[in-house]
Ligand binder design. Structure first.
Ligand code: ADP
Ligand code: MG
Length: 576
């Protein structure tokens, strides 16, 4: 007799549950997505101890009749997928019919539902229905989950920090609320209200409820329609954060992990932002469901997109144009009252502990101020219209200048770096790059596998006018180099360039060079603590203002800071 036996249903369900239900977040996500699929416009998530003690989701959706209210707990029970063809045309968030089955196999579940004619209450323990009866007739569905993971002690053991579980849930509800501004979401934990959105359909109001009024006023919306509709809600780089969490990607309103799109957003912002800082940007992509595959990940967190490259290019173009047309001078603001800094966006402990009163207050502010949110001004100023007249130098490092009613500070080293960076970049990428023959050719030796890769990038190097060719089996020789390569550093530079090209063969060599250019430009630039004459300041300012991006040094740090006359008068209490 063979050794194989078919698992009993309970055991099979328990194993299947492991794939979908790892932590309270997964339960919240599945239940909330069911509510959205049921066309709810109001969804409440109420937790006790981060959902570990009790977790309830209440919606005002279409509800279920009595037979569905019991059937929904069976394996593969779904109303959303009728035949194979529909699998490639999924318009709902759920479709596998396994969430309620999985959740009920690792917890106790109480379901109340009313579809307008029939009302039912169903209690399920350990995957078995133990009670079915009439319930109160309140339109929609309410599901309460208790004793989560009581029968899977290994899983329970690995959930050690309720705070972390709550953070993940807050993060999810924040994102789903951004995806569905027309649905009102409420999240409570131990009777503290953490999230409440109005469901007005207005993304700015949603952002205001979730983050801050200040940010919501800054957010702008960009659109590109086509086979894939792309909508971006984004803020200027000054609203920068220390975490990537404020870049959110939705595909057909599903919150997805798509690191390539996140990278595209970061790359587009990078000229205006230091490396460790991140922008606020919501990316919404919508398309015919046939063009995406959501069935590649058990939690549907990854989605395959056809035409991913075109989509990335469009996003890059939209963001770059948006940023290019803006003035990015840092504004000095007197810290008279603690302004609503972007820092508040952080999902830190304070945020989570935010008391209901604060929220009510925010709500009021929002209702009174955001009505005409679309008329918010942005002041895009053309960079060439500015004239900075230098007055002097501070600490041998900053140029003090005046522009009408504004006092301007310019970091002279950063400014010079920017000027040199753009000059060098033009030189390196121009059509006719000047070259010089090396008196002593450089030889480079690699091991066998590296040498194969180097052979692969020889063309790219030649395009850059680095005349490199094979020399023996694993050796290469460089006979001439472009003029922009620093004298005496040729070998190091070329080795660096090759190393990057090897690690990053898919990237255009121009991008690889960016860091090279930064390094060289930095070396060439005037240092801090160098005395400048007014004439020298004038010519530096002139060159700076002619740059494509005069606002940031090549590392993304600010070059210009401005103090408005009003801010200065405030400091002297001439105005209040
Ligand atoms: P799926 O969402 O993949 O269909 P689920 O196990 O999550 O599978 O749900 C099973 C079925 O139960 C759904 O297809 C739906 O018909 C019904 N259902 C679940 N939650 C709700 C709800 N909140 N309102 C109305 N119907 C629901
Ligand atoms: Mg579902």
């Amino acid at each position: 007799m063979g050794k194989i036996q078919i698992l009993n249903q309970n055991l099979a369900n328990l194993i299947a549950a492991g794939e979908v239900v790892e932590r309270p977040l997964n339960v919240v996500k599945e239940l909330v997505e069911n509510s959205i699929d049921a066309q709810a416009t109001d969804i409440k998530v109420i937790l006790k101890n981060s959902g570990l003690d009790e977790l309830t989701v209440i919606d005002n959706g279409i509800g279920m009749d009595r037979s569905d209210a019991t059937l929904c707990f069976s394996a593969h029970a779904t109303s959303k997928l009728k035949d194979e063809t529909m699998l490639f045309n999924i318009a709902t968030l759920g479709f596998r019919g396994e969430a309620l089955n999985s959740i009920s196999s690792v917890s106790h579940v109480e379901l109340s539902t009313y579809n307008g004619t029939e009302s039912s209450k169903v209690v399920v323990a350990n995957g078995e229905i133990i009670e079915t009866q009439d319930a109160a007739a309140r339109k929609g569905t309410s599901i309460t989950v208790t004793k989560l993971f009581h029968n899977t002690p290994a899983r329970l053991k690995y959930i050690t920090n309720p705070y972390l579980e709550l953070t993940k849930i807050v993060d999810f509800i924040t994102k789903i609320a951004l995806a569905y501004p027309e649905i009102s979401f409420e999240l409570k934990n131990d009777s503290n209200q953490i999230i409440l959105t109005t469901g007005s359909g207005d993304i700015k109001r949603t952002i205001s409820s979730l983050y801050s009024l200040e940010l919501s006023k800054e957010v702008q919306t960009l659109n590109e329609t086509g086979e894939f509709n792309i909508t971006l809600h984004l803020a200027k780089p000054e609203f920068q954060r220390s975490s990537k969490n404020y870049i959110t990607v939705f595909i057909n309103n599903r919150v997805v992990n798509n690191s390539s799109i996140v990278k595209t957003v970061l790359n587009s912002y990078s000229p205006y932002m230091p490396k460790s800082r991140y922008p606020f940007c919501i990316v919404k992509i919508s398309t015919d469901p046939q063009l995406i595959d959501v069935n590649i990940h058990p939690n549907k967190l990854e989605v395959k997109l056809s035409k991913q490259n075109e989509i990335q290019l469009t996003i890059q173009k939209l963001i770059s144009e948006f940023l290019k047309n803006k003035e990015h001078i840092v504004n000095y603001k007197a810290p008279i009252q603690k302004s609503v800094e972007f820092e508040e966006l952080n999902l830190d402990r304070d945020y989570l502990k935010k008391q209901p009163e604060t929220f009510k207050y925010n709500q009021q502010v929002e209702n009174t101020v955001i009505k005409d949110s679309d008329n918010i001004e942005t002041h895009p100023t053309s960079k060439t219209s500015r004239i900075f007249n230098p007055i002097g130098q501070f600490a041998g490092t900053y140029i003090i200048a005046q522009d009408n009613d504004e006092l301007i500070l310019i970091d002279q080293h950063a400014a010079n770096e920017r000027v040199n960076y753009e000059k060098n970049k033009n030189l390196m990428t121009s059509q006719d790059i000047q070259t010089r023959e090396l008196l002593v050719p450089i030889t480079l030796t690699y091991n066998q596998s590296e040498a194969m890769q180097v052979k692969n990038v020889l063309n790219k190097l030649n395009e850059l006018k680095i005349e490199i060719s094979e020399f023996g089996i694993n050796d290469f020789v460089v006979r001439s180099v472009p003029n922009w390569l620093q004298h005496n550093y040729e070998k190091e530079c070329i080795e660096l360039i090759i190393e990057r090209a090897l690690n990053n063969s898919s990237i255009e060599i121009v991008d690889i060079l960016d860091e090279e250019i930064e390094m060289i430009s930095c070396k060439q630039s005037i240092k801090a603590n160098t005395k400048l004459s007014i004439l020298e300041m004038e010519s530096l300012i002139d060159e700076l203002l002619n740059c494509e991006n005069p606002y940031n040094c090549p590392h993304g740090r600010p070059v210009i800071v401005r103090f408005s006359k009003y801010e200065i008068e405030k400091l002297f209490k001439r105005v209040l």
